[in-house]
Design a protein around this ligand. Structure first.
Ligand code: SAH
Length: 279
């Protein structure tokens, strides 16, 4: 499947993002992952059980984790149908939680790519512990230039990673990798073209993560330009607000919660799922 490995970090910006993820140790990611060994670096969706606020704190942690896992489940719902002989790609795989879930659900081969070598090692260790190393593999590769074979993949997803890259470059690579009729699913935060430009709260999110949140319109322009036809667009904004409310009250709050809540409530930012087919 692999040709010559391309250079992974091609810009000073990418080096800084890799350094960020190599050093990242936020309890909100680690403690939640320890609940059941599925490590996520994304947000949650769905209503939370208010009784967890009565304590102990472990209940809040478990509830936040449940909502993050529910988010990955919805993403995977949109990848279907996937057969065991199909091959999937996780673009920006983090500590690997969504890839492990995809393999568990579909029984297929999953390759995850991330520009953090620490994450690659961590995620491969998780796959080994679960005895799925032959089917789930994590690679130190750039999703803009994976080096994987053309039309070798049935489905690709990005779970909160597209704000780190140029969408036209990204979808050009995904369009090359996918078989005709292959599915791409994206979950992302994006700013609202209708309210105009980047709000202060969205700028705070960019600053916190050294990322560049794209406009909603940019996704559809870049998809169309690369032979992707959307089949489902789901606005998850209302469903993610409870997660942020619970997180704000928890011991693992990082300080960015207010910016997300403001941006979502004022309508300058959406939490969006896009499923599109490669034609
Ligand atoms: N999708 C994972 C992780 C999201 S965090 C999850 O849901 O848990 C963002 C991830 O994007 C990190 O793993 C980071 O290394 C990765 N990333 C950012 N830019 C990338 C690039 N150009 N190529 C591959 N991965 C990238």
């Amino acid at each position: 499947m692999t040709t010559a490995a391309p250079r992974v970090l091609r810009t000073a910006y990418q080096e800084s993002i890799a350094a960020y993820w190599n050093n990242e140790q936020d309890p909100v990611n680690i403690r939640l992952g320890e609940v059941d060994g599925l490590y996520h670096h994304h947000y949650g969706i769905g209503e939370y059980d208010e009784s967890v606020l009565a304590g102990p704190e472990e209940r809040v942690i478990a509830e936040l984790h449940r909502l993050e896992t529910a988010q990955a489940d919805i993403l995977l719902d949109h990848l279907r149908p996937v057969a065991p002989e199909d091959r999937l790609l996780d673009g920006g795989s983090g500590r690997g939680g969504t890839s492990i879930m995809a393999n568990r659900r579909f029984g297929c081969r999953v390759d995850g790519v991330t520009i953090s070598e620490k994450q690659v090692a961590f995620a491969n260790e998780q796959a080994a512990r679960r005895g799925v190393s032959d089917r789930v593999r994590f690679h130190f590769r750039n999703m803009l230039d994976t080096g994987f074979d053309t039309e070798s993949i049935r489905g690709i997803w990005t779970n909160e990673t597209t704000m780190y890259v140029d969408l036209f470059e990204l979808f050009r690579e995904f369009s090359r990798l996918l078989e005709r009729g292959g599915r791409y699913v994206c979950v992302t935060g994006c700013y609202n073209d209708v309210t105009g430009g980047r709000s202060k709260a969205v700028s705070q999110i960019d600053e916190r993560y050294t990322c560049s949140v794209h406009a909603r319109s940019e996704y559809f322009r870049a998809l169309a330009a690369n032979d992707f036809v959307p089949i489902n667009v789901v606005d998850l904004t209302a469903q993610t607000i409870p997660y942020w409310e619970l997180r704000e009250k928890s011991s693992v709050a990082t300080g960015i919660e207010k910016s997300f809540l403001t941006a979502y409530r004022e309508g300058s930012f959406h939490y969006l799922l896009i499923a599109a087919d490669r034609i």
